[in-house]
Design a protein around this ligand. Sequence first.
Ligand code: SAH
Length: 360
Amino acid sequence: MINLLNLDQPDLTTFFTDLGETPFRTVQLLKWIHHQGVVDFDVMTNLSKVLRQKLKELACVSPPQVVRTQASQDGTQKWLFQLDNDNCIETVFIPEDDRNTLCISSQIGCALDCRFCATAQQGFNRNLTVGEIIGQLWQVEQTLRNAGYSLDPRRRVISNVVIMGMGEPLINFKNVVKAMRLMMDDNSYGLSKRRITLSTVGIVPAIAQLKEECQVNLAVSLHAPTDELRDQLVPINKKYPLTDLMAACRAYMEGGDIRHQKITFEYVMLKDLNDSPAQARALVKLLEGCPAKVNLIPFNPFPETRYQCSAPDTIERFREILFKAGIITVTRKTRGQDIDAACGQLAGKVQNRRGVQNVC
Ligand code: SAH
């Protein structure tokens, strides 16, 4: 059985061509599945009976199943999805006045071992399929729409997607790009690429490739202004040090229609580790020549972590130094902390295959 959620437009066109159907079937199918949220081929009445029968024999539309949802006092919702072999992933819905953002996962667990991240403690199982990535959006959009979340039934509930949940999206490059293309497809979700943000730890060769294939907004998890400190906090820095990473970031922003945009650099505020005024000044220097804005993320604690969050006035002092140097800097509002849905707290349930103890 082929799960049609795994197919983007070119894949679906090949699928129908192989069946001897016209490419127009692709448009119809995408609309049924992603616009209307229909999974039952019998409901797709603009397809012939014969084709519907064929589809029933060959294919299915099978989104990941919701195990649990939790709502925070601030309106944030955390969704837990069941995948195979007892693996679970988490997705976070973040409503705001002018937008509703969905933070989606790209892998089961994460292999990168960033020291301050709860997902890293769980180890890694595998990449998510296209269907599991787009399925998070499908499921939350359809469920909230059916629950009457959007007052205007013609309008989608989710206006923005950030790929900032569990996992490193650029290590699951092919599937993440296909899922993003589905998000941007007018027959599916029709999100403009400005409304999609991919957050990466900085897999340097994949940043150039992303520019070629799907130049969405880029967020880079920096967290330290020097290689010495970043090597400790973000071990992949030993492979892709700051000089290479910054060169890749500058190249990402050169030319094309992204000219007036900026890369968001994420910087988690860790008490007495990366939060001094001297480090703020070093950060200003590092970002020179790159169209940048900075998101300071107050560290969100999780069980057994040895890190602490910087004090609010330390964060403010850090922010001011960047701001005075002309860098747009915001301190990220922590959302959903009471349900462990904030940055770095997503932990799903991972059957770890790397021999690290599963903390879930
Ligand atoms: N692998 C990707 C996306 C997942 S993490 C990346 O590294 O960007 C999403 C963001 O949350 C990253 O900036 C990450 O560094 C940050 N983060 C991880 N753990 C955190 C924690 N405990 N508190 C605050 N932010 C955290």
